[in-house]
Design a protein around this ligand. Sequence first.
Ligand code: GLN
Length: 540
Amino acid sequence: MPNTKYIFVTGGVTSSLGKGIISASLAKLLQARGFKTTIQKFDPYINVDPGTLNPYEHGECYVTEDGAETDLDLGHYERFLNVATSQANNVTTGRIYQSVIEKERRGEFLGKTVQVVPHITNEIKERMQLLGQTGEYDVVITEIGGTVGDIESLPYIEAVRQLRWELGEHNGLVIHLTLIPFLSAAGELKTKPTQHSVKTLMQSGINADVLVCRTEHDLSEELRDKLALFCNVKREAVIQSIDAPSIYDVPILMREERLDEVVLGKLALPKDQKLNLSQWSSFLHRLKNPKSNIKIGLIGKYVELQDSYKSILEAFIHAGVQNEVEVIVDSIHSEYIDATTIEKKIAHLDGVLVAPGFGSRGVEGKIDAIRYARENNIPFLGICLGMQMAVIEFARNVLGLKEANSIEMDDQTPHPVISLMEEQKAVIDKGGTMRLGAWKCSIFEGTIASNVYKTSEIMERHRHRYEFNDVYKKQLNDAGMIASGLNPDTDLVEIIEISNHPWFVGVQYHPEYKSTVVNPHPLFVAFVAACKKHSLNKNV
Ligand code: GLN
C-alpha cells in the first residue's frame, strides 16, 4: 500500500471563496518541492457530471483528455500543475449514487439495507483513495465542493472524518477555508462566522488542522491569536489569504504565509527540499509588466458570467504573457450584435474570438461578427461553435448559399454545412454522449495551423455533437476556406482557415483546455501575436 498523504479542503461561511485556487496553489508549492501531487474535486450535486448544466449554473464545463465533463476547478488544477487530470479527479453525488444503485441491482450488497452510512460513505471513501492507490502520487488533495453545514455535504464530511481516522496520524489533514468579513461601518474584521463554521465542522467530528482565511485586509496578530484559540488550530496554522490581483499570485502569497511548511509538518513530510518557484515567479513578473495592451472581443452568449469562459480567459493570460502584452478582453453579448451595432462593437478590436456554445440563441450576432472580422482583416479565432459559425458565414456570404446553416439551428436547411454524424443520429440521452475528449488531428503543411503547431499531428480535446459537412469541403476550399486539419482516422474536419486573410482560424476542438502557465497554448499564442501585429499596424 503506497504511503500517500491526503489533504482535504472544506469551505465555510460562503461559497465562491476559491477552494480550487487554494488547493491548486498548495499543490503548486508541494510540486515545487518535488512532491508528486494531484487534486480531485467532490461535488455534492446530483447531476452525474456538469455536462448537462447550463454555464449560468456552474460556469464552464471543463473537459479532460479522457473525455470527462468536469468542474471548472479541474482547469485550475491543470493550469497550475501542468499535469493532466481525468474522470477520477471529479466525482459528484450523482455518480456516487449511480454506482451504489448499480451495485445494489447486481446484488452486491447481499441482501443488506443500502444506506447513506455506510454504503454511500464507503463509495465516497473508495473514490477518494483511487488516485492515491495508483502509487503515482505522494500527496492527493481532495476539494469538497459546497459549504460546511449544507445538507448535501454531510456524507462527504462524514467520509472525510472516517478516512482521516483510518489513515491515522500524519497521513491526512483538513484545511478549512473561510471568510473573515470586513464591516466597513465598524472598520473591523469579524471572526464570528469563521468560529461558527469551524464549530459546524466539529459537530461532524472534524477538527480543522489548518484555517485559511479569505480577507480583504491584513489579519492582525491579535486576530490570528483569537482565531487560533477559538477555532482549535495552532497559531502557525492560521493562514491569511488576502485578495490578490490575480489567481497566479496566490501560490506566492501562500508561500509567504508558510502554508506548505505547516502542511508538510503535519503530514510528517520532509521540509528540507529546495522549493523551486523560479518559472512561476518569472511568469508572474512578465504578467505584471506587459509592454503594451491589445483588445480582443470575446463574443458569446454567456458573457454576463465570467466563469462561463474561464479556460478561454486564462488561455489569453498565458498567451499574453508569452507575447509581452496585456490582453484586455471585451466580452460582447452576441444577442446584441446586429447590422446597426456591429461597427461600434467590433471595429476598434484587435481580434475577435467567437466562443463555443449550444442552441440558436445569439448565433446570428456571431455570424455578423465573423463577417466583419473576415471582411475587415481583423484576426479571428473560432472555437467549436465559433468555427461552425465561421463555416456558415463563409457559405452564406462567399458561396452565396444564403440559407446555409447547422442542423442544430435549422434541421430543414437546404445547405447543412454543419451536420450530425451518423452515429449521433440515434442518440437520445444528452449526458456524456457528445464527441468528447482528446482526438488526433493531422495538419497540412504550408498552412497557418502547421505554422502554429510546428508539427503534423496533434491531440486536442473535443466537446460537440455536430461536425463540418464534407459535402461542402471542395466548394469552400475553392473559394478560399481550406480545411487545414483533419482527423486521420475519420477525415472529420478539425481546423479551417482562410488563405487571403491575415489570421483567420476556426477549430472544432477546444484549445483553451490545454493551455497552462508552463505551456501556453500555441494557437492562443499565435492568435494573440496576430492581434498584436494588427494593433501595431492600426497605430502607424
Ligand atoms: N453546439 C455545437 C455542437 O454541439 C458546438 C458545441 C461547442 O461549442 N462546444 O456541435
